[in-house]
Design a binder for this molecule. Structure first.
Ligand code: 0A1
Ligand code: ZN
Length: 881
């Protein structure tokens, strides 16, 4: 673990390296505890660099075995070495020379899961962002591109499979029970894209022929016996390859593309060139073990990593401040891919829900940072929802502003101009300026200003002049390090609705810029006047969620209900409904907190019923409507003085009222939606199941007993329906025998499969109320549970802290106390994981005073510990600041 040095890195300090490494040869002699890495680097001094300039290489917990230049061992006084740095002085005068470094590392002892480590006896690597320096001393930075040749040698019986980046070369057996394989990657790449995998794994193979006729051998490697669970991932991979050719003109560029699934992984997956390494959660799926959400996640992550081959690998980042250059863009691409594979509107609503649930709170709290940060202490803490999801929204806005065609021209220019580069956000913006002739300098503020802009909107209709006026004022609150902000360019896609939802086309507009169906807000306050409007319209604003903003508008409850019923844009329809429900849920939360009963208006109940029973709508959309705002959604809307118990009371009251009003028709629909044929993970099947499963919750609440959920649990022929039933049982009937029976049955059936058992941990970690903490403590002793494994830890500690509003945020502060202690334990094993989990407390200041004080104490107890990792020190100090 790297302990904190207090060092802060700044974007403006960027300087290119003095030396280049055009070629990197690595030779791995794999051994569980004593792996020897011999690195042979061709080093080139850049023109103009003084001859006495030392070569300073990065390291992290390394042990140097030997070092020579041009075949001659270096004398002790020509270099200074520590585990995290190697400085070489007295270099040859020649422009190029060969440096040979041998290090010894212990993959088995590596529990940080970066660098070279072992996961279930498989050797694997994770080098982004700065893990390569845990393998050998190197210029470990993304702008240093090198051509790699890698020789991997291991014991044949323990590691029959030897993989690295690029194309396979020579391989052979050695006489001591060992063997080797050589891999060569012709594409220069930064060290963070290096990968090696060695072990004993099963495989499924397939082929793909690119548009220009290059045959590519595809392989997905998984634990023996799980091969059939990788078929969906393979299908998603082939669809991704075809889609990138069709939509972005991007072809694959090696003879092989391999994916390896490992069970210990800090993140979702990693785009190493030609050798993606995946968290097995994003590869393995069968109807009996994976839910529809899992399938969609696999499809998205497979696509994401594949798309990185062009947006990330062929064009990489100049420095880590530019992380959104590859991540925001690649998320945008995977979103578009999923939208094309599934229902576009439903996919977009899911994205908006995710953005609001994760990115908006980040932007509103102490960890807020720009999409392109200008400083960091620990880069691993910047793989955030802001960099990824808001980064993607920024790319989407470029397309909305320029139009699809010009956007594509800009992307083509980006690939043409920057292939092989380590690029910057400025480069990215420039291609769109050049493709469109527009000045995007104001738009570029989206990369620099943190926080979610709010739009305050007022309307005025004048019957006499037949004009409709929209006035919009944008505001952006201060965020850490940014006390004042400039007005941004915000694209607001819109429509004006007349009677019966008819779309009204204005004759002309005056005031601010309106192009086609997009209002371009560019000033702090701007007025847009539409003429030729013969009736008072209901404006539908932010269609498709065209900008990541919040809105406060004068729309009445009946306007919102009108939009929810009539708008042709499903995203605004859903938004209007959500706004309507939120205003009731928040006011009821306050009532419940004040000891008063919740009140529910019949109009909302009617509206929900209408949407639920509207056969003209996609089932998945109807399910999204019935899934009323979650407890944390309501908390976010309230913003301050949060009492999770009151929120739960308010939400349950709405669900009960809706369930009682529509019980009979819900039951009929629930029965109609039952599917008897074979399971199909496609969007239509998933939509049907999601509607049926949300109905199960309503019906169980109305029934007041667990029978229906219990029956569904027993009869389910797929994991989606089984897990949904189990969830209802635990959430609604936590202490019942039916719930215990179901939990036991699940454990009996899947007890040997840790990945599936994660669902069992999650569901119990989420059980509402004070009893959850005891349950979590008990489950930590379960034989399958381990704080060494990120998936297990996230399924119990992560679900509890970020998903269980009432259980975690207990009024007595015991949830926070437990969490602080657990974070300290995890920090010693896996600092990255500990720091990520800790972000669950970022909104601590919005709780009511008693909880807020308990949260502050827990955070302070972490901060007071000496020897924290840089990762946790950075998060805890920013959270408390
Ligand atoms: N580039 C990967 C994310 C990733 C980042 C860091 C990792 O290790 C600590 C692993 C993966 C992606 O965007 O998928
Ligand atoms: Zn990515």
């Amino acid at each position: 673990m790297r302990t904190d040095t207090g060092q802060v890195f700044h974007l403006e300090d960027y300087k290119p390296t003095d030396f280049l490494i055009p070629e990197t040869h690595l030779d791995f002699r794999l051994h569980p505890e004593r792996t020897i890495v011999k690195s042979t680097l061709k080093i080139e001094r850049r023109e103009g660099v003084a001859l006495d300039t030392p070569l300073i290489l990065d390291g992290d917990e390394l042990k140097l075995e030997s070092i020579c230049i041009d075949g001659v061992a270096l004398g002790d006084n020509t270099y200074v070495v520590t585990p995290d740095r190697l400085e070489i002085r007295g270099l040859p005068e020649a422009e190029t020379f060969t440096l040979e470094i041998t290090t010894e590392i212990n993959p088995t002892a590596n529990r940080q899961l970066t660098g070279l480590y072992r996961s279930s006896n498989v050797y694997c690597t994770q080098c982004e962002a700065e893990g390569f320096r845990r393998i050998t001393y190197y210029l470990d930075r993304p702008d240093l591109l090198s051509v790699y040749t890698v020789r991997v040698e291991a014991e044949t019986s323990a590691a029959p499979l030897l993989l690295s980046n690029g194309n396979p070369g020579e391989k052979g057996t050695l006489d001591d029970g060992r063997h080797f394989a050589i891999w060569h990657d012709p594409h220069p790449k930064p060290a963070y894209l290096f990968a090696l995998v060695a072990g004993d794994l099963g495989v499924i193979t397939d082929t793909f022929t690119t548009a220009s006729g290059r045959p590519v051998n595809l392989g997905i490697y998984v634990e023996h016996g799980k091969e059939s669970r990788a078929l969906y991932a393979m299908d998603a991979l082939k669809r991704s390859m075809a889609w990138d050719e069709e939509k972005f003109g991007r072809e694959y560029d090696l003879d092989v593309f391999n994916i390896v699934a490992v069970s210990d992984f800090n993140m979702g997956a990693m785009e190493n060139k030609g050798l993606n390494v995946f968290n097995d959660k994003y590869v393995l799926a069968e109807p009996d073990t994976a839910t529809d959400v899992d399938y969609a996640g696999i499809e998205a992550v497979i696509a994401h990593e594949y798309f990185h081959n062009w947006t990330g690998n062929r064009i990489t980042c100049r420095d880590w401040f530019q992380l959104c250059l590859k991540e925001g863009l690649t998320v945008y691409r995977d979103h578009e891919f999923s939208a094309d594979m599934r229902s576009r509107a439903v996919k977009r609503i899911a994205e908006v829900k995710g953005l609001k649930a994760h990115q908006f709170p980040e932007d509103a709290g102490p960890l807020a940072h720009p999409v392109r940060p200008r400083q960091f202490r620990e880069i691993n803490n910047f793989y955030t929802s802001t960099v990824y999801e808001k980064g993607s929204e920024v790319v989407r806005m470029i397309r909305t502003i320029l139009g699809a065609e010009t956007f594509r021209k800009g992307m083509d220019l980006y690939f043409e101009r920057h292939d092989g580069d380590a690029a910057t956000i400025e480069d990215f913006i420039k291609v769109f300026e050049d493709a469109s002739g527009e000045d995007l300098s104001q738009f570029a503020l989206w990369y620099d200003q943190a926080g979610t802009p709010n739009l305050a909107i007022t309307y005025d209709y004048d019957q006499a002049t037949k004009t409709f006026e929209i006035e919009i004022e944008q505001s952006l609150k201060p965020t850490p390090g940014q006390p004042s902000k400039k007005p941004m360019h915000i694209p607001i896609q819109f429509g004006l609705l007349g009677t019966k939802g008819r779309e009204i086309r204005p004759r002309a507009t005056k005031g601010g810029l309106v192009k086609d169906d997009v209002i371009h807000l560019r000033k702090r306050k701007e007025r847009f006047t539409f003429s030729g409007i013969t009736e008072r319209p209901v404006p539908s604003l932010l269609r498709g969620f065209s900008a990541p903003v919040t809105m406060t508008s004068e729309l009445t409850r009946s306007d919102l209900a009108f939009l929810a019923r009539n708008d042709r844009d499903e995203v605004t329809r859903w938004q209007a409904l959500t706004q309507l429900l939120n205003s009731k849920l928040t006011s009821n939360s306050k009532r419940v907190r004040g000891g008063k009963p919740a009140t529910i208006e019949s109009s909302s109940i009617r509206l929900l019923g209408e949407l639920a029973f509207n056969n003209a709508l996609d089932e998945a959309f109807r399910a999204l409507c019935l899934n009323v705002p979650s407890e944390s959604d309501i908390a976010r809307e309230l913003g301050a003085n949060i009492d999770p118990e009151a929120i739960l009371g308010s939400r349950d009251a709405l669900i009960l009222a809706v369930a009682e009003a529509h019980g009979e028709k819900f039951e009929q629909l629930y029965n109609e939606l039952e599917h008897h044929g074979a399971f199909n993970p496609d969007a239509a099947g998933a939509g049907r199941r999601s509607l049926r499963n949300v109905l199960l919750d309503y019906l169980s609440v109305a029934d007041g007993n667990p029978k229906r959920a219990s029956k569904q649990f027993k009869q389910a022929n797929n994991m989606t329906d089984r897990a949904a039933a189990l969830n209802v049982l635990v959430q609604r009937f936590g202490t019942s025998t039916a719930t215990n029976d179901a939990l036991q049955a699940f454990e009996a059936r899947y007890g040997n499969d840790a990945l599936v058992m994660d669902k069992w941990f999650v569901v119990q970690a989420m059980q509402p109320g004070e009893s959850a903490l005891g349950k979590v403590n008990e489950l930590m002793k379960h034989q399958l549970f381990s704080l060494d494994n990120p998936n297990r830890t996230r399924s119990l500690i992560g679900a509890f802290s970020s998903g269980n509003q009432t259980g975690f945020n207990r009024a007595d502060g015991k949830g926070y106390q437990f969490f602080a202690e657990t974070i300290l334990t995890i920090d010693k094993k896996n600092a990255q994981l500990a720091a990520r989990l800790l972000t669950a407390m970022r909104s601590w200041r919005s709780f009511e005073p008693e909880r807020r004080e308990h949260a502050r104490e827990a955070l302070a107890s972490i901060a007071s510990v000496a020897g924290l990792s840089t990762d946790v020190r950075d998060i805890v100090e920013r959270t408390l600041a």
